[in-house]
Design a protein around this ligand. Structure first.
Ligand SMILES: Cc1cc2nc3c(=O)[nH]c(=O)nc-3n(C[C@H](O)[C@H](O)[C@H](O)COP(=O)(O)OP(=O)(O)OC[C@H]3O[C@@H](n4cnc5c(N)ncnc54)[C@H](O)[C@@H]3O)c2cc1C
Length: 322
C-alpha cells in the first residue's frame, strides 16, 4: 500500500493552497487526490475571483489580512502568476441600516490593522461613478487592496510549486472511502488503490459532506448554484472600476476583459448539485443591472457565455476548519 504523511482530497484552490503551505513548512510526503482530469473543474474554475478584506467577522478579516498581501506577492514567492488586480471593492449603501453595518465593519477592520479601507460619502460615489444611479446612495465603504485574482491560475501555481518541492498530485482518481481504526483515519480508498495515512484534509468544496460521511462525520456543507453573466465588450463604464456592490439588491459587477462580469444571488435558488445555466436568469440580472447602472440597459450579453457553479454553503456562511 502507498503511504502519505498527509492526503488532501480535492485539487481546487483550497486543496492546492494547503498543499503549498504544508510543503513550504517542510512536510515532504503530501498527496493531493483529484477525481477530474484537470484542476479547477469544481467551484474554483467557476468563481468570480473576488478577494476582499472587507468582512464583518474577525476570523474572515484576519484570514484576508494574510491572503491579500500573499496574492500581491504571489508571483515573487511562487514564480507563477495569480493575476491579482487591486481595483478595490466598493459597497454602496442605500439606507441608514446598511450604512451603520458598514460603519461597524469598518471600525472592526481598522482595529484589526486594515489600513486601506475607508468610508465614502454618497456624493463621492456619485462623482466617482456618475454612470451609477446614485439618488438613493447614502454612502459606502471602499478598500483599495481588495480586488480580483484568477483563481484557476492561483490553484495551478500553488499546486505546481508544491509538486516541484515534493508533493504529488493524482488526477483522474476518485476517493471512494476511508478506513478507520482505533486511532482514527487509517487509509484512504481510491479508484487507484488505497493510501495509508493518519492525516486527511477534506478540500472537496461543495462535495465535502460526502467525503466527511466516509469517516462517519456529518458535515453541514450544502451546494448552492450561483450564476454569472459576462458581457461582450462595453466601454460606457470605466474598466478601472472596483467590484461594485449594490446593497439594495445584492447585484454586483466588476470589469472583466473588455466587458463586465455580472453577479446576483437569486434568493429563489435552492440547494442541490445543479450546474446548468438557467436562461431565465439573464433577464432577472439585467433588470437589477439596469436599475443601478442605467447604461447597462444597452449591455450586450451572450447567454451562451454565461455559466453556473456551486457555492459550498455552511449554516453561518463561514468556513469550517478543524
Ligand atoms: C459562480 C461562483 C462565483 C464565486 N465567486 C467567488 C468570489 O468572487 N470570491 C470568492 O472568494 N469565492 C467565490 N466563489 C466561491 C469559490 O469559488 C469557492 O469557495 C472555492 O473555489 C472553493 O474551492 P475548493 O478548492 O474548496 O473547492 P473546488 O474548487 O470545488 O474543489 C474541490 C475539488 O474536489 C474534487 N472532489 C470532490 N469529490 C472528490 C472525490 N470523491 N475524490 C476526488 N476528488 C474529489 C472536485 O473534483 C474538485 O476539483 C464563487 C463560486 C461560484 C460558484
Amino acid at each position: 500500500m502507498q503511504t502519505a504523511d498527509v492526503v488532501i482530497i480535492g485539487g481546487g484552490i483550497v486543496g492546492s493552497s494547503i498543499a503549498y503551505h504544508l510543503t513550504a513548512s517542510g512536510c515532504r510526503n503530501v498527496l493531493v487526490i483529484e477525481r477530474e482530469s484537470a484542476q479547477g473543474k469544481g467551484s474554483t474554475g467557476k468563481s468570480m475571483g473576488g478577494v476582499r478584506a472587507q468582512f464583518s467577522t474577525p476570523v474572515s478579516i484576519q484570514m484576508s489580512l494574510y491572503s491579500i498581501p500573499f496574492y500581491a506577492s504571489f508571483e515573487q514567492r511562487l514564480g507563477y502568476p495569480c493575476d491579482y488586480r487591486p481595483q478595490g471593492y466598493l459597497f454602496c449603501a442605500t439606507n441608514d441600516k446598511q450604512m451603520a453595518y458598514l460603519r461597524t465593519n469598518y471600525a472592526r477592520q481598522v482595529k484589526m490593522g486594515l489600513n486601506k479601507v475607508r468610508l465614502v460619502a454618497g456624493d463621492e460615489i456619485r462623482s466617482l461613478f456618475p454612470q451609477l444611479r446614485g439618488d438613493d446612495i447614502v454612502g459606502g465603504s471602499f478598500c483599495s487592496t481588495d480586488g480580483f485574482v484568477d483563481p484557476y491560475s492561483a490553484a495551478i501555481g500553488f499546486m505546481t510549486w508544491a509538486a516541484e518541492h515534493g508533493a504529488t498530485l493524482w488526477k483522474n482518481t476518485e476517493v471512494t472511502g476511508v478506513t478507520l481504526d482505533a486511532n482514527g483515519i487509517a487509509s484512504v480508498v481510491t479508484t487507484r488503490g488505497s493510501v495509508a495515512t493518519r492525516k486527511l484534509v477534506n478540500c472537496a468544496g461543495p462535495w465535502a459532506a460526502s467525503i466527511a460521511k466516509f469517516a462517519g462525520v456529518a458535515l453541514p456543507v450544502e451546494p448552492l448554484r450561483r450564476m454569472l453573466v459576462p458581457s461582450e465588450p462595453f466601454d460606457e463604464f470605466p474598466h478601472t472600476a472596483p467590484m461594485i456592490i449594490d446593497m439594495s439588491s445584492g447585484f454586483h459587477f466588476r470589469p472583466e476583459a473588455r466587458g463586465f462580469l455580472l453577479a446576483w444571488n437569486d434568493p429563489e435558488e435552492t440547494p442541490g448539485f445543479k450546474t446548468d445555466f438557467d436562461a431565465a436568469f439573464v433577464e432577472k440580472i439585467l433588470t437589477r443591472a439596469a436599475d443601478r447602472v442605467p447604461c447597462f440597459a444597452n449591455l450586450p450579453v451572450n447567454p451562451k457565455r454565461a455559466w453556473a457553479g456551486l457555492y459550498e454553503m455552511t449554516p453561518d456562511h463561514l468556513p469550517i476548519l478543524g
